[in-house]
Each structure stands twice: as C-alpha cells, then as structure tokens.
Design a protein around this ligand. Sequence first.
Ligand code: SF4
Ligand code: SF4
Ligand code: FES
Length: 506
Amino acid sequence: MAKLTIDGGAIEVADGTSLFDACRLARGEALPHFCYHPDLSIAGVCRLCQVEVEGMPKLTIACNTTVRDGMVVHTRSEKVRKASQQILEMHLINHPVDCPICDQAGECGLQNQYMAYGLYDSQVAESDKVNKAKAQVIGPHVILDKERCVLCSRCVRFCNEVTKTGEMGIFNRGDRAEIGTAPGRELDNAYSVNTVDICPVGALTSRDFRFQKRVWMLKSADGVCAGCATGCNVRVDHEAGRVYRLKPRRNAQVNGSWMCDEGRLTYKDVHADDRLVEPSWRGQAVTWADAKARLAEVAVGGFALVVGSAHQSLEELGLLKLVAPGAVFSGGLAGSDMGVGDDLLRSADRTPNRRGLQLAGLPEHDAAALAVLVRAAKGAILVHGGDPAAAPEVAAALAGRQDVVYVGTHRRATAQAATLALPGATWAEKAGIFVNRQGRAQAFAQAVARPGQAREDWRVLAELLPATAAAPASLKALREAVRAQLGLGIDLDRLPADGALTGGEA
Ligand code: SF4
Ligand code: SF4
Ligand code: FES
C-alpha cells in the first residue's frame, strides 16, 4: 500500500494505482481530462490532468504517473489552475465553438472544463482559426466534424484496442493535425457508436441521435439491453414518453464501457408502428372490461398449454407457472432469435432472458414439437411474449382455434392468430429482471409510460390467476412469490451486486 497526501488529506491506495485514480478518490471527482479512459490504454496527450508533486521540478500528468509512498500532491493549487487554463486555451485555439448547433452541447468536456478552468476572453480572431472539414459521414452510424476534435486519440485507441479494426487515425502535424479514417476506410464496425460516447467533444456524433433532442432535456433510467443474452448495462435516455437513445453504463463484469450498434438501436421497436396498444377480440379492438369478460369465456376450463418466451422478465416467467399450475409448459421456439455473435460482446442468442427461461423450468420446443403441443391441448392456450406463430407449423396448428390468448407487445403473427390479444409492455415500459448468459440477474427500471391501453405484463397475467391463488399486489410481492416458486436463495427485490443467483435450476 502507498500512503500519499493529496490536497492536504492523507490517503492510502494499493501499490501500482495511477495517480489519476488516487486523485479521483481523494477529491471525490476526476481531474480534468480528455484522453484518459478507464478501458483504454494511457495516451497522455491532452495534458489536462496535470498536478503538482512536491519535489518534482515541473507539473506532471497524473494519468501516466504511478503513486509512490510519501508523495505530496496538489491538484487545486494556483500553479495547477493556471496550467489547466493554458492547456485549455491551446485546445480551443482552433475550435469553432459552434455549441448552439452541436449535439454534444450540455455533455461536452470542453464546455465543462471551460466553465471550471477557463472563463477567459479568447485572443484568437475567428478569421485566424484553421478551418477543417465539417459534417463528414464517415460510416453508417457516425458523423465527423474535424474542427471540433481535440486530438485526444480515444477513438483511435478504441478502434485499435477494443474492436481491433483500426479505422481511425490522426494525420498531419501541428495545427494541421486532424482526425480521420484511414484512406479508403469507413468507420464501419459493429461497435462504432462507442467512439461517439467516448469522444469528449462534438467531433463524433451519432447519425441516429443527431439533432433529435438537446441533451439537457433528457431524463435517464438504468436499463439492461434486451438485444441479446449478454445483457449490456445501459442508460435509457428519454423525454415525454419517447426513448431517444441508449448509452452504455459501465459494468466491468459485463460490458465494460461498451455496447454494440445493433443493441443501441433496439429502442426503435418500443415505438414501432405495429405496437399492440389495445385489447382485441378476434381482431376487433375492445375495452379491458370487454376483454376480461371474453377471457372468462375463452379460459373457462383453465389453460391446458402455456407458452412463454425468453424475451420476458424473470418475474413474468415465474408468474406463468402460478397462472396455470396443471398446464403443459413451453418456453417457445427453440433456436429462434439467433444471430451472429462475436468474441467482444455480442451473443448469437438475441434474447435477453434464456437463462431465466431455464430457471423458470420452461423448456423450449422446435416448431414441429410446439405444433404437436398446440394440437394436443385440450383446453385454452396462453402465449406470453415472443412470436411462435412466425413458424408456419405453429401458425397452422393455431389456425381455427378459438381459445388462444396472447399477451404481448406487437401485432405480429401470434397476435393475429390469437382469439384474444392483450397489450403488454416492452422492456422500456416496465421494471423487471433479466438473467444474462453469465447467469447474472440484472434489474432494469421503467423509463417511459406504456402506450394506449398497454399494461405491465404481470398485472395482465395476475388477472389470469386461478381463484385459489392470491394475486400479488405489487412488483415486490410478485418477486417474493416468484422467489419462493423458483426456490431461489436471494431477494429478487434487492439483487446482490454480482447478480449471482443461488438455488433454482440455473
Ligand atoms: S474525434 Fe473525438 S475521440 Fe477522436 S481524437 Fe478527436 S476528440 Fe478525441
Ligand atoms: S452486445 Fe447484446 S446486450 Fe450488448 S448492446 Fe449488443 S445486443 Fe445489447
Ligand atoms: S488525461 Fe492525462 S494527459 Fe490527458
């Protein structure tokens, strides 16, 4: 361990800790920085993180310095403040300062540092600034404004070290130095928008989010990406009932600081034109009161077959077992929703909760086997989530039945095949838990309101509980019922930090 004094306070950190991290601990906030990133190599190029170390003749950058026992460090001295201001002034010499039309405004490192350390009058006339290319499309998802770049090299290091695709580079010298893609290359890898996240300024912006919303208007909810079994931790940025973007939330054990481009766009399905927004009976919209009456008609003898889906939350899957204790259970179509995985984050399994399905004891079936179960069902069928009727064999087996209830989010094949279709909520419109491919239970929060008459799925399913079962009054009560049902040894309402589940079958 090393004992240091930082800004007059004593602190002890492990040997080998960077001075940058020690200062963050001591100050309760990071030093000013552009180039440092916890999941990239140290570049030490922006010079913003300079601190004063007693006994050293000059200021030193903290990100590239390792702590030593007995170090006495000053991060807020006049000398440091002056140096930070000068470095900032250098970064701003050729910057266009076009904040009013920049998507980064409001979450820009340059703006923030200027307010903290700058507040000087520029001595550079606009006409003396070096102009560079603006609004260049450099890939399917990213736009580059070369004038705004502070040459921190984060995007270059990301493409070299994380995706190992090497599209980005810094070209030329001096005030002609500029960021760009390698000749003949596009920024076109499966994780390209992470460069937008880590660009500290508005040099790299997202084509999808560009000019959609000023960032200070957005609210955020902690989410878990439902795009595949990895379960990247995300921030769901939304406003007035609409999700505008997903951003990765750092979780060193799951996704580091990253997420894939495909997962980032999954929010579009939340606002798709084919959302199921009202109950429907034989294709005709009905009220919830009518739907309840119809439900009693359809499921008069209870459900003989219940088909779940790996897209639903753990709580909902657990509740299915309580809805129809004597039924035959299926987890839906085996092998559905498969894509191409990679060795970075993307899982070939494009569902968020296949482990949850296993934990709830819902075995998946291939289309032929599921069709056999449908034909054999001597009572009503409940399908929750997914779209098993997308498989022609299942669609043929469901055709003509008058006792199929579907609880789901989109008007796709299964909703159309159902006698009674009830609108549920997408992951953005409810709270729940997904169990990722590592077996980590991860909770996600509700971000936006449900559209039309859609309801939280567990409340819809609770309506289907047999008269003998007590309906849970809250999500907390549901979690306790599901914990008991699945024999789990953890409190689902207060997940352990590592999300490890104990008990159950997973
Ligand atoms: S484009 Fe952004 S991330 Fe890349 S070097 Fe410039 S400022 Fe840094
Ligand atoms: S890797 Fe999977 S979980 Fe992560 S962002 Fe992509 S689709 Fe979502
Ligand atoms: S953050 Fe240390 S030099 Fe850039």
